[in-house]
Design a protein. Structure first.
Length: 330
């Protein structure tokens, strides 16, 4: 039997109110405006696996991450960790099992705290240390796990480079002994050479500690290196979800195909690439039917009026009428 999912997201939706103040709307007779950042997103992640969410800026990836860890409350849908709905959990025990690594290592660490205090915060919050000596040993162990020196606990964040700061952020997340990490573009603010070091570290930690990742990124080359499964998002919805190898070798959705054209590949030298044309529509006024149809080379009449659902055979699912009707081969 297949192993039960550690994280299950079902029908997740979140909208933000962008309306003008009430009096302004009354005088101008304008309706309320809602930005649907996430709209009916569902996926599962099994223990020890990595699911990556990719897509252009503004597609809802980071909002999904914040909904999963509880920084935002969903308007609809449910997030379950090990079968338990985190919104109605009897206590906060799930928070120790689920931690987050943020995008900006310069903004996510308190500049007035020493590194040891930063890492000690989850240890204190979850009551993991039995004594002051035990807490110091846990801090030293967390720093060692990410390739830093235990003596670094006495320093301040400004004394470290960007890559070292991100290692501190990872150490802080690991100090709570979690099973699941949500990684919101953890390498996007780093130099390319440092990115590789952090990604290799995260892969090594996953193997040694049995961690499970939800990995948010817009960099498909990074995702190919990290992910077991990949979900492609467009305007708040999943356009395609598939195993990593399947998605990168046999993409189904037209949007996924165009995204893959942006990955540098020496094997494609001399071959014309198909550019991803057009602009992402405003999420305040998304197109009717399929949100991707204004930019899709395979769009037809049904795409303009009917929104596609995720469908497919086997392990790959795509929300595309042309794929469903067999007009696009994998």
């Amino acid at each position: 039997m297949a192993e039960a999912p550690l994280l299950e997201v079902q029908g997740l939706a979140k909208a933000f109110d962008y309306s003008k103040p009430l009096l302004n709307r009354l005088f101008s007779r304008e309706p309320r405006l809602f930005l649907h950042a996430v709209d009916d997103v569902s996926f599962q992640i099994r223990p020890g696996e990595t699911l990556a969410l990719v897509g252009e800026s503004g597609c809802g990836k980071s909002t999904v991450a914040k909904l999963v860890v509880g920084l935002l409350r969903p308007d609809k849908g449910v997030v379950r960790l090990a079968g338990e709905d985190i919104a109605h959990a009897a206590n906060d025990s799930f928070r120790r099992r689920l931690q987050m690594i943020f995008q900006d290592p310069y903004a996510s660490l308190n500049p007035r705290w020493r590194v040891g205090d930063v890492i000690a915060e989850p240890i204190r919050a979850f009551g993991l240390a039995s004594s002051s000596r035990d807490r110091i040993e846990r801090i030293a162990r967390a720093l060692t796990q990410v390739g830093l020196n235990p003596a670094d606990a006495r320093k301040y964040p400004h004394e470290f480079s960007g890559g070292q700061r991100q290692r501190i952020s990872i150490a802080r997340a690991l100090a709570g002994e979690p099973e699941f990490l949500v990684c919101d573009e953890p390498t996007s603010a780093l130099d390319v050479s440092v990115q590789a070091q952090i990604l290799n570290l995260m892969n090594d930690l996953q193997r040694r500690l049995g961690l499970t990742y939800l990995f948010i990124s817009h960099n498909l080359a990074v995702v190919e290196h990290m992910a077991d499964h990949v979900g492609v998002m467009y305007l708040g919805r999943l356009a395609e979800i598939a195993p990593g190898k399947e998605l990168f070798t046999r993409p189904r959705h037209p949007y996924t195909r165009l995204l893959l054209e942006t990955i540098p590949n020496l094997a494609m030298e001399g071959r014309d690439r198909v550019p991803l044309s057009g602009e992402v529509p405003s999420p305040l006024d998304p197109p009717k039917g399929c949100a991707f149809h204004p930019r899709c080379p395979f769009a037809f009449a049904r795409c303009h009026r009917e929104r596609p659902e995720l469908r497919g055979s086997g392990v790959s699912l795509a929300a595309c009428h042309a794929v469903e009707e067999g007009r696009i081969a994998a």
